[in-house]
Ligand binder design. Structure first.
Ligand SMILES: [Zn+2]
Length: 468
């Protein structure tokens, strides 16, 4: 702790004008601790834990919609699996949440060119009822265009918002182009719209709609809100360009009930020093309901758990490693909030999560660059042979550990290649076959190296005497 503070002070005085740590003030590059290199390379070549977990979870449980019976079965599966792997203190920390479930859904152009389109309801969508609703389409190419429109242009109509999200390695388009999904339904509702459909927040051209959460805020009454597939959105634009009024029949039956239950599954490798700050890693156990939640986020729980297991196999870390399979991330990070609340008094050495698929890690960033430059250099050196570059401008990200980080935990982010992530994200196509086992092992190797470095040292378990 003291050396962290001292490091921070030295850095602050060395680069006061820059307002942030200059790379020139960091200690020289470190050599990789041979023990860390051995663990990393072993995981890269032969880890099977991650694949076994994500294969088992997606096969034996399948989809795990938050707050439902399926997610409860997933927690049972998690407890059984983590216990069998040898983790300690395996338990569920339950919490309450409202549950939203999907019913029948469909979209149809009634006129001028009758045809069916493919649609999925967004989380917390209002329901059309089984008979559906019929209305004229009013088209906007952005949320801002909808916001600027007079209420009279929208009232009683079905709003359609388009956008042009492109694939990016860092997934940065999701923040900006996610706005139609996050804000569109509320704005449309406040302007008196009958319903809203958006172009899926996705980068593919498959006929798979991308679901995702949205909330009605600012007193907006829930209206039916759905996502059309990208090809269907482009089709709708072509139809609209013909200049005739376009009428759609939309059916989105869904249900929201209070009094639902979810929970975080917590497991630990107890550290040799029970008073040392804890390493917190994990991913989220819940998934959307159309696929089997393989890349989002079976892979994340599998990767972080496998890395912790690699450490466990090598011996006992100085610091406790806590692995959390968070519940109910998709509908709004309920698990992350619950964990931060339940563990408000805990001290953390680091907090990090894996929730961006299963493709290879290509860059990393951590607050330790400023607070513990020696450890930062050690991470940089150990991750470089995996093709991972440092991202000095990284900021904390991730829903599940967000509240814990806001409460003061230092963060680490191992950024995965997101080029194809939003092709599959939140679609029926999120299935096991999308995971490349070689890239999955690279993820495990990176997290194993990071945990080994931050663990404070791993000592072999004393050999048990054979019984006579
Ligand atoms: Zn996720």
């Amino acid at each position: 702790m003291k050396s962290h503070l001292l490091g921070a002070l030295l850095l602050a005085s060395a680069a006061p004008a820059l307002g942030q740590t200059s790379i020139a003030t960091l200690p020289p590059p470190a050599l990789v601790d041979p023990k860390v290199a051995t663990l990393r390379d072993h995981a890269l070549e032969s880890d099977h834990y991650a694949w076994d977990i994500v294969e088992g979870l997606t096969t034996e449980v399948g989809q795990r919609l938050a707050g439902t019976e399926a997610e409860a079965r997933a927690r049972d599966w998690a407890v059984k699996t983590l216990t069998a792997l040898g983790f300690s203190n395996v338990h569920v920390e339950p919490f309450d949440m409202p549950v939203w479930t999907r019913g029948a859904e469909g979209a149809e152009i009634v006129s001028p060119f009758p045809q069916k389109l493919v649609v999925a309801a967004l989380g917390y969508s209002g329901s059309t009822g089984p008979e559906g609703v019929t209305g004229e389409i009013v088209h906007f190419d952005s949320v801002d265009a909808l916001r600027a429109a007079p209420d009279s242009a929208v009232k009683g109509k079905i709003v359609f918002i388009d956008h042009d999200m492109m694939p990016a390695q860092d997934g940065s388009g999701y923040g900006q182009f996610g706005a139609p999904r996050r804000q569109g339904p509320t704005i449309a509702s406040l302007k008196g719209a009958l319903a809203i459909v958006i172009r899926s927040i996705g980068t593919d051209h498959h006929r798979n709609p991308h679901t995702g959460v949205q909330y009605f805020t600012d007193g907006a009454a829930p209206i039916p809100a759905g996502a059309l597939t990208v090809p269907d959105s482009e089709q709708l634009v072509r139809i609209l360009k013909r200049g005739k009024p376009v009428v759609m029949h939309l059916t989105l039956v869904s249900q929201k009930t209070a009094g639902g239950r979810s929970g975080n599954v917590v497991a630990e490798i107890p550290g040799r020093d029970p008073n040392a700050p804890v390493l917190l890693v994990g991913g989220h156990l819940d998934s959307w309901d159309q696929g089997t939640g393989a890349i989002d986020d079976g892979a994340g729980v599998a990767i972080t758990t496998a890395a912790a297991k690699q450490i466990m196999d090598a011996g006992r870390p100085l610091r406790t490693i806590r692995v959390v399979w968070f519940g109910a991330e998709e509908p709004g990070g309920f698990g992350g909030t619950a964990l931060a609340k339940a563990h408000a008094g805990d001290r953390y050495a680091i907090a990090g999560e894996s929730d961006f698929g299963a493709d290879r890690i290509w860059r990393f960033g951590t607050q330790l660059m400023k607070t513990d430059p020696a450890t930062y250099r050690a991470l940089e050196a150990a991750l470089a042979p995996l093709g991972i570059v440092k991202n000095d401008k990284a900021e904390a990200d991730g829903t599940d550990v967000d509240e814990t980080i806001k409460a003061g935990a230092p963060w680490i982010s191992l950024g995965q290649d997101g080029t194809r992530y939003f092709d599959i994200h939140h679609t029926p196509d999120d299935t096991l076959d999308k995971i490349d086992p070689v890239q999955l092992r690279q993820n495990v190797a990176a997290w194993t190296a990071a945990l080994a470095i931050m663990s404070g040292g791993i000592e072999p378990e004393p050999k048990r005497r054979p019984r006579r």
